[in-house]
Design a protein. Structure first.
Length: 81
């Protein structure tokens, strides 16, 4: 397994990590692993539509009218005639 060292960690952040580790009955190192795992394992790629809705959706005062999709046009024919 790999190891990392985190330099210049803010004292306040270290204190919060220690408190959280105590609450969960873990070492600070294990708590940091759990936090990283939770964040990184739950990431997923989002579609353009999800990102656009998050940035410009009704919660932000913008209503997007999404036009209905129609049938796809026929692709061009490049064969020689």
């Amino acid at each position: 397994m790999a190891s990392i060292t985190i330099r210049r960690l803010d004292d306040r952040l270290k204190s919060q990590l220690k408190q959280r580790a105590v609450q969960h009955g873990r070492s600070m190192e294990e708590e940091a692993r759990v936090i990283l795992r939770d964040v990184l394992d739950h990431q997923r790629s989002r579609s353009f539509m999800e990102i656009a809705t998050e940035l410009f959706g009704p919660e932000n005062g913008v209503e997007l009218d999404i036009p209905p999709r129609g049938p796809m046009p026929e692709p061009p024919d490049f064969s020689e005639r």
